[in-house]
Design a binder for this molecule. Structure first.
Ligand code: PGA
Length: 254
């Protein structure tokens, strides 16, 4: 049985104290209201990670994730944070290749392959993001784009290492826009990704892969999205900044 994972990607939001307050609310609500094995991952800014991990403590099925990391382990890379350092503050997951990293920081699949390696080498799980732009979808290039993002970023891995990878499908046109992919559009791409993984690593690895959907997930569209056979969780942006909407999305995952 593959894991169901809901991750809140806070992006560059919340002061330190606001982040602690939000985390405490979410932790309490998850404890009181969530009675499934769904994994809940909080991905605040780097500066908050250690404290949020401390608040989570031993809370069941909860952990922290970072939004990015650098490819190297340590050294003279002013301003960067390595996977090893993130591990040392309790991270379990690291988001790799979010479309905002690809768009604003020119991150390419080859670099993302190295970041994925760094995350895995430190015993954490990469949440590897892929997704097409609106132009790419309109010109029906989305399958091609996703295939190259997934294969160039991940298919150098052994089957065993790949077992620790989570993929997030996030159509760029649905992120922060209020427009979600229809359930049929999302399911179609998720099934396509699982098919690619099956061709490369076999059916068992493919069946164990958690594929999250991201892009304007809200409590009122989450149930339908998560009812799809190949949608195993969500990577949540805007709706993760408020405890009630985030926990309602967690509860939609069953
Ligand atoms: P959104 O962001 O939920 O605000 O659309 C999702 C993401 O970028 O991960």
């Amino acid at each position: 049985m593959r894991k169901k994972i809901i991750a809140g990607n806070w992006k560059m939001n919340k002061s330190f104290q606001e982040g602690l307050d939000l985390s405490s609310e979410i932790i309490n609500m998850v404890r009181d209201e969530v009675h499934t094995a769904t994994q809940v991952v909080l991905c605040p800014p780097f500066t908050h990670l250690n404290a949020v991990a401390g608040l989570i403590g031993n809370a069941v099925n909860m952990s922290t994730g970072a939004q990015n990391c650098y490819t190297e382990t340590s050294g003279a890379y002013t301003g960067e944070v390595s996977a090893a350092i993130l591990k040392s503050v309790g991270c379990s997951y690291i988001i790799v290749g979010h479309s905002e990293r690809r768009q604003y920081f020119a991150e390419k699949n080859a670099t993302l392959a190295k970041k994925t390696d760094a995350v895995l080498a430190n015993g954490m799980n990469p949440i590897y993001c892929c997704g097409e732009t609106l132009d790419e979808r309109n010109s029906e290039k989305h399958f091609e784009v996703i295939k190259s993002q997934v294969s160039e970023g991940l298919f150098h891995l052994s089957g065993e290492a790949f077992g620790n990878v989570v993929i997030a499908y996030e159509p760029v046109w649905a992120i922060g826009t209020g427009v979600t992919a229809s359930t049929a559009q999302a399911q179609e791409v998720h099934a396509f990704i699982r098919g690619l993984v099956s061709e490369k690593y076999g059916i068992e690895v493919a069946n164990n892969l958690t594929i999250q959907y991201g892009g304007s997930v809200k409590p009122d569209n989450a149930v339908e999205l998560f009812s799809q056979p190949d949608i195993d969780g969500g990577l949540i942006g805007g709706a993760a900044l408020q405890s009630r909407s985030f926990v309602d999305i967690v509860k939609a995952m069953n």
